[in-house]
Design a protein around this ligand. Structure first.
Ligand SMILES: CSC[C@H]1O[C@H](OP(=O)(O)O)[C@H](O)[C@@H]1O
Length: 393
């Protein structure tokens, strides 16, 4: 098996690794339309804030490359693109990368329209502008993640004066690796870089109930990469931190983000907030890894974040591969089983919001942002243009 790749793309063809079948099966679905992308995202066959945005952008790129838009008038073409993108935006509401990507794509096609308006080639120019912008989102994401890995590892190294004789152990939650992005990952990207630089003692990952992105995906990536690692249930984190000063040497909790708002409040996988609370209690640094595409400066505080609620069966049922009596796993047989009374009422928010007070650093591709003397995060250095626009308003 080569490197883990959630998304395979060449112009006109998009394939997405079905993450619901992992770690048992490595199967790619071809995505030909926005409807197929919507279903793939909604059912979480692809998930992770950056990966969702990339799949949505490229799904419409595939439609365009394969001639699905028959409109000829530039206004109609733009309206068609807008409506396909607006439809895709509804697939998962909390992660901001998707709406940020959609804004970028809309701006790109409008710029082409203005330039080419009176030109006979306007139609092609708009399509090409869309394709270039969508493909750029894919390429940029990998670059961003590599930079996040480098900035995050450097910040932690500095905090702990880490070196080959003084390595750091970390805990992560959910899946933020190659499977959640175009490659390398965000929080898991920092862990990967620490490991590559010889600075990682051990990585702990939580199971991440109810959807088990930690046990199904992160543990798979950690094992795949040969990173020294241990899986715990979400409920074991406090006990692990309790042991950390004496034996575990946990330097940091590193998580990803689905949306970081202007004051630094961060929406991430349910369970993140409780990790931040217990990290603070135990003096463990709490680090958020987020590309600037996951930062939403328009929303002032976490109170403005819409939290996606998901179906009750994610708690009351579970699927997995069948374990044979001899302990081997039958990869050809996956089963869904009930693990609770099916009549029980369920509350299933997919995300929670960690208040900025509990966050020590937000690592972006442009650098690491820490709070100033006023206790506030200031994103002006990493997002100067967007910050200036907001401040002016
Ligand atoms: C770098 S991906 C961020 C992110 O994606 C996760 O959510 P989901 O599996 O529901 O798509 C999670 O909250 C992560 O931290």
């Amino acid at each position: 098996m080569g490197s883990l790749q959630a998304i395979r793309y060449s112009r006109g063809k998009l394939e997405v690794l079905d993450q619901l079948r992992l770690p048992h099966e490595h199967h790619y679905d071809e995505i030909r339309t926005a409807e197929e992308a919507f279903d793939c995202i909604k059912s979480m066959r692809v998930r992770g804030a950056p990966a969702i945005a990339i799949v949505a952008a490229l799904a419409h790129a595939v439609e365009i490359a394969n001639g699905a838009c028959t409109a000829t008038d530039p206004e109609e073409i733009i309206a068609h693109i807008d409506s396909r993108l607006d439809y895709l935006k509804g697939s998962r509401p909390t992660a901001v990368d998707l709406s940020n990507a959609i804004n970028v794509l809309k701006v790109a096609v409008r710029a082409a329209q203005i330039e080419e308006l009176a030109h006979p080639e306007a139609r092609e120019a708009i399509f090409n502008a869309y394709l270039r912008a969508a493909e750029n989102i894919l390429e940029k994401d990998l670059e961003n993640n590599t930079s996040i890995g480098a900035h995050g590892a450097a910040w932690l190294q500095q905090q702990y004066a880490a070196g080959p004789d003084r390595k750091i152990s970390v805990l992560t939650h959910c899946n933020t690796g190659s499977l959640a992005t175009s490659g390398h990952g965000t929080a898991l990207g920092i862990i990967r870089t620490l490991f590559q630089d010889g600075l990682l003692e051990h990585a702990y990952c939580t199971e991440t109930r109810p959807y088990n992105q930690g046990s199904r995906l992160t543990s798979f990536e950690l094992v795949f990469e040969g990173i020294p690692s241990t899986l715990i249930t979400d409920s074991m984190a406090a006990a692990l931190f309790n042991l950390h000063r004496e034996r575990m040497n946990i330097g940091a909790v590193i998580v990803g983000a689905d949306r970081v708002v202007r004051n630094g409040d961060t929406a991430n996988k349910i369970g993140t907030y409780q990790l931040a609370v217990i990290a603070k209690h135990h003096g463990v640094k709490f680090v958020v890894a987020a590309p600037t595409t996951s930062i939403d400066l328009e929303t002032e505080t976490g109170a403005g974040i819409h939290i996606e609620e998901r179906k009750k069966e994610e708690l009351t049922q579970i699927s997995g591969a069948v374990v044979n009596p001899d302990g081997s796993i039958d990869l050809s047989r996956t089963e869904r089983v009930a693990i609770a009374d099916q009549r029980i009422d369920v509350w299933n928010p997919a995300f929670d919001v960690t208040p900025h007070e509990l966050i020590d650093a937000i690592v972006t591709e442009k650098g690491t942002v820490v709070k100033g003397a006023n206790g506030q995060f200031d994103f002006s250095k990493v997002m100067p243009e967007r910050w200036a626009r907001i401040v002016k308003q």
